[in-house]
Design a protein around this ligand. Sequence first.
Ligand code: 6R9
Length: 660
Amino acid sequence: MADAASEETLSNLLHEDREFPPDQAFTEQAVGKAELYDQAAADRETFWADQARARLAWSKDFTQTLDWSEAPFAKWFADGQLNAAYNCVDRHVEAGNGDRVALHFVGEPGDTQDITYADLLDRVKRAANVLLESGVSKGDRVAIYLPMIPEAVVAMLACARIGAPHSVVFGGFSSDALRTRIADAEAKLVITADGGYRRGKPSGLKSAVDEAVAQSPSVGKVLVVRRTEQDVEWDDQRDVWWHEALEAASPEHEAEPMDAEHPLFILYTSGTTGKPKGIFHTTAGYLMQAAYTNAVVHDVHPEKDVYWCAADIGWVTGHSYIVYGPLANGATQVMYEGTPDTPHQGRWWEIVQQHQVSILYCAPTAIRTFMKWGKEIPAKFDLSSLRVLGSVGEPINPEAWIWYREVIGGGKTPVVDTWWQTETGAIMISALPGVTSLKPGAAQLAVPGISVDVVDEQGRSVENGHGGYLVIDQPWPSMLRGIWGDPERFKETYWSRFPGIYFAGDGAKKDDQGNIWVLGRVDDVMNVSGHRLSTTEIESALVSHPKVAEAAVVGASDATTGQAVCAFVILRGDAVQEADEEGEGGDLVAELRNHVAKEIGAIAKPRQIMVVAELPKTRSGKIMRRLLRDVAENREVGDVTTLADSSVMDLIKEGMSKPS
Ligand code: 6R9
């Protein structure tokens, strides 16, 4: 983003100047402290070594903090030993907290389970024994394909306990996606369920596993959790009921200490192109940074908070902020199986009220959906227990941030926008609640211990007020250790664009105070008449219009301007009605185009605005702009297999062919 025109465009963008200083009462009790920044700045490695010793229980202490001699392959705390499951469960029971609830599970049909740390320990030990008896040894890989049920947590921890790296495959992925992931990791065993509940109905899982495993020579056994009690095909040689095996297994199991760098898990990123990448993480650095950030960013006080991360366990957010971080901290959590509108659109808020949830962590796409449904729905519930709100997964538009704080947080809670990736393992950029003055829409600053920068094409740090590429210029404990089986691709993907530093693939801007605004993937940055425009900024402008609930913007090729801005918008409930009644579609589009021009500048005015009922999203809630680009460019729509609901594209295309 070096040219002058782009710089000028950027400096006009994101003229968001609202700021929310921390509340003194919050600051007094906050886990995160301003001193952390000074301590980390004084000596980064000592800071991380202190965190590692303070937050984790080690079977053997380490002598060296970081070995970067074979960069970019890092080793952290390498000669130390510990067990991740012991850290997440046993030690809390040993410390006398066995009666504390680890998981308040809420099933979609309304069934609930309150699982204490002592219960969890019993289940994890039994499951570890079942894995061992099934022929899984340390180092073998286990694929986990489960709905959002407690067994998913137990399965992951049982793998960690015996040192068998898990590869969790999101339950909404197809049989084919499961098969390729099993093959890449050469998984020896699969843990699945008969099905799960989604949108009020039992959905199947086992048949997808049967199909995938039929073509997976590495898999010897399939453990099947009984959740929906639907009929399933059964192979007596291969399939074992989870509940029967656990019941029969010994409840005694001693956690074996693992090397700090022992692989903990593989997680495939939802590849935009080509073969998915098996990102792998190791034990100590990952676990420590997940626990540390969960404590200081979410402000978790394990003895009194009820924390809810509404991600799915199939994504990295579920790994770090449902399983490893909060459990290492001994927190009490809510785990919810289903969708936010089953059986009604207030389901989340009913759960918050019932369990007195104090910390909520979710994605902007969920927040924008709630905005679309209207504030009357959360208003029916008592949300006064909430004291910290977090956002992850996409840039959060300032309007959505404000709505989240006002409507969900009662106008008082800090909202932390947390930037990180599957690859980074844990939160990298975020405000600290109680410490940082909050800016709606900005991830703001690196968490203490982390060093990030925004650089130009040549890798030079840009000055405040300018934009460029987001990079991480110092190794960090929870960094990915590689791409499973493909060290060259690891170097090429992340370390070759700017030699010696990690390139995240995102564009970002520093504002006048040096706050970082993540603008989205660099492949989402458009170039219109030589001006760089961020999809995110235009989306934010659209969402700031009172009639718009959600917006997705793409750059479609244009003979004159190179690329042109095409926007897809979902209207808020009352605006849809109004538009229908008055047949004012055309006026509304003009009004929105002018609104963008007013907010950002005429250059950002969309060439086309299409009003749609739904947007195509991946199962982790990211808008698939690639498909919208196909529509905007009148192309055959590409691969839709990673969409949560593939019929959305048909709806959009139908709407496009109608004259408006
Ligand atoms: C945790 C997670 C990573 C990509 C990342 C970026 C986007 C995530 C964000 C954000 C702006 C935030 N992203 N958090 N963009 N602000 N707070 O989502 O991991 O699924 O690997 O996605 O998501 O583009 O590069 P993952």
